[in-house]
Design a protein around this ligand. Sequence first.
Ligand SMILES: Nc1ncnc2c1ncn2[C@@H]1O[C@H](COP(=O)(O)OP(=O)(O)OP(=O)(O)O)[C@@H](O)[C@H]1O
Length: 232
Amino acid sequence: MIDLSHVTLTFPDGASRVTAIDDASLRVEAGSTAGVTGPSGSGKSSLLAVASTLITPDRGTVTIDGVETTDLSLTEKAELRRTKIGLVFQQSNLLGSLTAYEQLLVMNELTTDPKRRAERHATRERAAELLDAVGLAGDRDKRPAQLSGGQRQRVNIARALMHRPSVLIVDEPTSALDQERGGQIVDLLLRLTEENHTATILVTHDQRILPRLTSAHRMVDGRLRALSASDR
Ligand SMILES: Nc1ncnc2c1ncn2[C@@H]1O[C@H](COP(=O)(O)OP(=O)(O)OP(=O)(O)O)[C@@H](O)[C@H]1O
């Protein structure tokens, strides 16, 4: 579960400040998906940055699984992100030299934490299971250049779920895809959200996606408003 309550975020803008998020509240339960749409510059990316604890808001709280995060130290926030938050960005940021399977393992292989190194076997099983769940079991040894845009996005999604996050933050997952492949990625995200009990926040410009989500919200000038079923 993630609960953003009365969040306000401003950035310096010359002598004054620009308000990127203006008193926004959003609660997403485990297993459900909240969509956020809105014009360019309305504050959607800022909202995702606050929800993922990468930016601390000026005011308001961000509670993840019952833990209020805005007062945590930088180290505590980094640990929270490592254990609780999965990120999927619009641009695939896969490493060119690694296979799909290796992309999922790399974080765990790099760690010096002995406990996590000891979990290698379980990590490999989890990676295989997730590649199967995203429909890439037969493509696990392919590198990004050998995969289509939709397949690369599937690897991104699988990688974001490796550490069993309770919150999944997804930024424009279908923007680089045609309508059919975009629809398949949305289907996949909805199914994985249910199966993995994540609280998923999805930013999208694609209005067609909104009716399929648990809730939909529109951001305008930093203000977030819930859309009724008839508004979607
Ligand atoms: N690091 C920053 N420094 C200063 N101003 C910023 C910064 N990040 C965002 N802003 C401003 O905050 C406002 C919201 O920007 P944000 O990127 O969150 O919007 P957005 O809805 O995600 O836009 P887009 O759909 O184009 O990605 C804009 O006025 C933007 O110029």
